[in-house]
Design a protein around this ligand. Structure first.
Ligand SMILES: N[C@@H](CCC(=O)N[C@@H](CS)C(=O)NCC(=O)O)C(=O)O
Length: 196
């Protein structure tokens, strides 16, 4: 199977880390989600990444459908038996923060300078900050108990690091420590964090 991707996307990063963590082999194919790439549009008419092209040609999107698929394919290596609902809530929460962070970037990428609306960017950033300060539960376990919640959180923080550098860190020591430990304990996944 083939994952259509671009390296900076938090949703791609989450899906790629989920595959790696679940022990599922996926070929990666780069596409350009900014410029109507025909390869991407043929797979996903919405023109969004990630899209997972299965061996029989069926295409899965969005990233939450893909992570569920990897979980089932691996016999449940991503969603913990104890509290799968908390993991799913974590994933939705972190994806929601990532969506706001991406929207803030797109305001500048897709609009001419004179039409960029700073209050819209500020509104998105306020959502990011509220999301970071109101996680749906205790910070996810890492190491041998890492699951989808931790992967979703890592991907989202990796995106904030890439596009907003340190602006998410102030006053959030426990998140900063969590992210440092995530990267140091999961070198194989850290390589799949969002990158330019
Ligand atoms: N809910 C989707 C969001 C995917 C998404 O927005 N991906 C962005 C890249 S980070 C994209 O493809 N943007 C191109 C566009 O919206 O045209 C998912 O989880 O897969």
């Amino acid at each position: 199977m083939k994952l259509l991707y671009a390296g900076a996307s938090p949703f791609v990063s989450k899906a790629a880390m989920a595959a790696q963590h679940a022990g599922i082999l996926v070929e990666h194919q780069a596409v350009d989600s900014t410029n109507e790439d025909p390869v991407l549009l043929e797979a996903n008419p919405l023109g969004k990444i990630p899209a997972l092209v299965l061996d029989d040609g069926a295409v899965l999107y969005d990233s939450r459908v893909i992570t569920r698929y990897f979980d089932r394919q691996s016999g449940g290596k991503l969603l913990p038996l104890g509290d799968p609902l908390l993991a799913e809530r974590y994933e939705a929460h972190c994806d929601g923060i990532a969506e706001c962070a991406v929207a803030g970037q797109y305001e500048r990428r897709f609009r001419p300078d004179e039409k960029v609306h700073q209050p819209w960017i500020d509104r998105q950033w306020a959502k990011v900050e509220r999301g970071l300060d109101n996680m749906p539960g205790p910070l996810p376990e890492i190491g041998s108990k890492l699951g989808l919640a931790g992967i979703a959180l890592g991907a989202m923080l990796g995106y904030l690091d890439l596009r907003y550098t340190d602006s998410w860190r102030g006053g959030r020591d426990s998140l900063v420590t969590w992210f440092d430990e995530f990267r140091s304990q999961h070198n194989d996944l850290a390589k799949l964090l969002p990158q330019a």
